[in-house]
Design a protein around this ligand. Structure first.
Ligand code: SF4
Length: 92
């Protein structure tokens, strides 16, 4: 089964009010972290906009933790979605 097909099988509950990923834009700009995040995130959550701001499509996040592992210290503030929000993985 292809990855997109697998991803399509997951169910998302969107938390419209609060992103669970925050980017320190100033630090991201200074460290060039945006391009790195754009490259490593399997869900294409991050995108560097024309003005250098790092966009975060947080609803697509798979909570894999890769961005946290690679981002320079202080660039990301990340917390698991509150309560029952976030992704539910299905088996198979
Ligand atoms: Fe992307 Fe994984 Fe980070 Fe979520 S945890 S934003 S899927 S790299």
């Amino acid at each position: 089964e292809s990855v997109p097909a697998r991803l399509a099988g997951n169910t998302y509950y969107l938390d419209e009010e609060e992103s669970h990923i925050e980017v320190n834009q100033e630090l991201a700009r200074a460290t060039g972290a945006g391009a790195l995040l754009e490259r490593v995130c399997p869900a294409k959550v991050y995108s560097v906009e024309a003005d250098g701001t790092v966009g975060v499509e947080y609803a697509a996040c798979l909570e894999c933790g890769t961005c946290l592992a690679v981002a320079p210290k202080g660039v990301l503030k990340w917390h698991y979605p509150r309560g029952s929000f976030g992704i539910m993985f299905r088996e198979g």
